[in-house]
Design a binder for this molecule. Structure first.
Ligand SMILES: [Zn+2]
Length: 166
C-alpha cells in the first residue's frame, strides 16, 4: 500500500488548509490511515475530532486533520472495528478512501455529514451544494429552523471532521 506521504500534501485554501493529491489516485483506494490521539471522554468535542463510537474520539494529526467538507466529496472516512489480541475491543481505525478518481493537484474532500444542530452555511462551491454543512438526512431540519431564526454565522472555518450521525 502506498504511504500517505507519497500520495497527499497539506496545502493552502482560501479559509485555511486542505489536503491535496500529489499524484492521481484511483477510485475506491485507501489513501491512508487517519492517525492521532484517541480520547476517552464522551463530552470531548473539538473542531476536527472524529467520533469513534462510545465515549471515544480521535483527534487527527496532519495531513488528514485538514480534510475539508464538500457536498460532492471525492473521499470518505471508513471506520474499522478493532480488537486487542485478547479479544477486548480496541479503538476503531479510520482510513480515508477515495470515492472517485482524484487528479494530481486536486483537493481531497469528505462529506462531514453533521447533525442539524451543528450545521453551518456551506461554501464548498459544488454545483450540488446543499447550502449547509450537514448530513443529507438532516437537511430538512436545518431548513425548518433556518426559517424560524436568522441563519447561523459560522464561528470558525468549516474544517471539522464528521461526527457519526446520531
Ligand atoms: Zn456545499
Amino acid at each position: 500500500m502506498p504511504t500517505v506521504a507519497s500520495l497527499v500534501r497539506v496545502g493552502r485554501v482560501t479559509f485555511g488548509k486542505g489536503v491535496f493529491a500529489q499524484k492521481s489516485i484511483e477510485p475506491e483506494m485507501v489513501v491512508g490511515q487517519v492517525t492521532g490521539k484517541v480520547i476517552d471522554d464522551a463530552n470531548y468535542a473539538t473542531s476536527y475530532c472524529i467520533d469513534l463510537g462510545g465515549a471515544l474520539s480521535l483527534e487527527p494529526q496532519a495531513p488528514f486533520r485538514y480534510l475539508n467538507h464538500c457536498c460532492t466529496p471525492n473521499c470518505r472516512l471508513v471506520l474499522t472495528e478493532c480488537e486487542y489480541e485478547d479479544g477486548t475491543p480496541a479503538p476503531s481505525e479510520v482510513h480515508v478512501e477515495t470515492l472517485t478518481e482524484i487528479e494530481e493537484g486536486a483537493e481531497l474532500t469528505i462529506d462531514y455529514a453533521w447533525s442539524a444542530e451543528g450545521a453551518i452555511p456551506c461554501l464548498c462551491g459544488s454545483s450540488q451544494c446543499r447550502g449547509w454543512v450537514v448530513d443529507k438526512s438532516e437537511l430538512a431540519k436545518v431548513r425548518r429552523s433556518a426559517r424560524k431564526t436568522a441563519a447561523p454565522v459560522p464561528k470558525s472555518p468549516p474544517s471539522r471532521m464528521p461526527r457519526k450521525p446520531r
